[in-house]
Design a protein around this ligand. Structure first.
Ligand SMILES: *Cc1c(COP(=O)(O)O)cnc(C)c1O
Length: 472
């Protein structure tokens, strides 16, 4: 114990540290408060290290050495000064990774965001008439052309779209939904809870695996406001199943005069078959099937910015536009810009597949992925020297974002087994690096999936890998 006290007494005072040469200069570069805070934090950490180190019979030497203290303060200030939201290299293979920001925007969308952010724009001004315009106008025409829908509205995200639609069309009244579609989509979007928040009353029908048109029909009464179909985005019920199709609901809707709403979740404008994936009803098909309202996300399979797109019958959309909630859920100018540019790519589907990163990644062919994995594995071998074993493997990646849960995308990985570190330790170092790198741990190895790497990221990844292994 005497030992600890003696070491603790050697910890310098905050003022002393601030006066040391290498640190005094920092106040010219960073705000003084930040430097002071970094010194305090570092000294606290040193105190903690000494206490823990001594108790755990660690190596106490050098903790209070002025050079060591200075280096720790400098790196603490640098950490505090760098942005909290940082670039991450996504080598997980999950294309629409919600934790990593879902869809990467296409170049045209990035350019449009830059335009909207760096100057004034006609966001709510009609340049023809000089009168006040709608911020939704830039996308309304394109959405109508692409989907055949009569009217549209865009809000903050699809959760907001569902909330707004239910609140407008069914507050205080009943919404009929199949028990098989009461989904939870990560991050607390649960159909029953959104329903409650919207003020609508959930009327469950059918069973988990089977719901027939007659189940809906029997539940219809004078309080019914809506027939709701929810895409079971992130799971599938397989085996002995029967889902009532949107066409069937639409026919019941026409018969009873009750509107039909379809929450498509991901909502693609492109037939997934074109990317070699199983069939998914597209937005256009859902509109054509007779849904009166369709909602979907902007940053899932569409590959655009975070947004919730609502399409459908003009009279219903007009009611939504008048709902005060719409003002609270409205999108900002950068979203309008990015969404318009993304939607424009779909006017030519070939260009959409080439230019929209999410579609390009999902559609990447196995041969192409093998070549890229081969190139990455060479770079990693060079970066690692004898500090890690590198191998290539056939594997599957996932679309993610709650989209196409059973579609496995066949591809290739580069697997790494470090010699002197655990894989967890290597993964943590890469995660904390700059830029951060996220891979996935499988069978005691850290794997990098080339599908989700962007142009030139292989080189950056190899550099980060070398640093994490202690090689420069
Ligand atoms: C993803 C999803 C949502 C939520 O969409 P966000 O854009 O993330 O708010 C709602 N419903 C379904 C069916 C989904 O798949």
């Amino acid at each position: 114990m005497a030992d600890i006290n003696c070491l603790l007494r050697r910890i310098p005072k905050v003022d002393e540290v601030l006066r040391t040469p290498g640190i005094e200069g920092l106040t010219g570069v960073y705000p003084r408060d930040m430097v002071v805070e970094a010194v305090r934090k570092t000294l606290d950490e040193i105190r903690q290290d000494i206490i823990e180190g001594c108790l755990g019979e660690g190596e106490p030497d050098g903790w209070t050495d002025p050079d060591v203290v200075r280096d720790r303060v400098v790196s603490a200030v640098e950490r505090m000064a760098r942005p909290n939201l940082r670039r991450v290299i996504n080598a997980t293979g999950v294309v629409l990774h919600t934790n990593l920001g879902r869809a990467v925007l296409c170049p045209a969308a990035i350019e449009a965001v830059h335009m909207a952010a760096s100057g004034y724009s006609n966001l709510e001004l009609d340049l023809e008439t000089g009168k006040r315009g709608s911020r939704y106008a830039p996308v309304e025409g394109i959405l109508a052309r692409l989907t055949g829908a009569e009217s549209s509205l865009v809000v903050n995200n699809n959760a907001a779209a569902v909330l707004l639609a239910l609140n407008t069309l069914a507050r205080g009244r009943e919404v009929i939904v199949s028990r098989g579609q009461l989904v939870e989509i990560g991050g607390s979007f649960r159909v029953p809870e959104v329903m409650e928040q919207s003020g609508a009353i959930l009327r469950e029908v059918g069973s988990t695996n089977k719901t027939y048109p007659d189940d809906y029909r029997r539940a219809v009464n004078e309080r019914t406001a809506l027939l709701l179909h929810v895409h079971t985005s992130n799971y599938r019920i397989v085996g002995f199943t029967r889902e009532t199709r949107v066409e069937e609901l639409a026919s019941l809707g026409r018969e009873t005069g009750i509107p039909v709403m379809c929450d498509l979740g991901s909502g693609s404008l492109l037939a997934m078959e074109q990317l070699g994936l199983p069939h998914e009803p597209t937005v256009q098909q859902t509109v054509a099937a007779g849904a009166d309202v369709v909602t979907f996300s902007g940053d899932k399979l569409l590959g655009g910015p975070q947004a919730g797109i609502i399409l459908g019958r003009k009279d219903l959309l007009d009611r939504m536009k008048k709902n005060p909630l719409t003002r609270a859920l409205r999108i900002d100018k950068m979203t309008v810009a990015a969404l318009e540019a993304t939607l424009r790519e779909y006017l030519d589907l070939k260009s959409a597949v080439q230019n929209i990163p999410a579609l390009r990644m999902i559609g990447a062919g196995r041969e192409n992925l093998r070549d890229r994995a081969g190139a990455l594995s060479l770079l990693l071998k060079e970066a690692a020297g004898d500090r890690a074993e590198i191998s290539m493997e056939r594997e599957h990646s996932a679309v993610g974002g709650g989209a196409l849960p059973i579609a496995d995308l066949p591809g290739w990985l580069v697997a790494v087994k470090p010699a002197a570190l655990t894989v967890e330790e290597l993964a943590a170092r890469l995660r904390k690096g700059n830029p951060a790198v996220m891979g996935r741990i499988m069978d005691g190895r850290l794997c990098f999936d080339v599908r989700t790497l962007l142009k030139d990221e292989e080189i950056i990844l190899a550099g980060a890998f070398a640093t994490a292994l202690g090689r420069e």
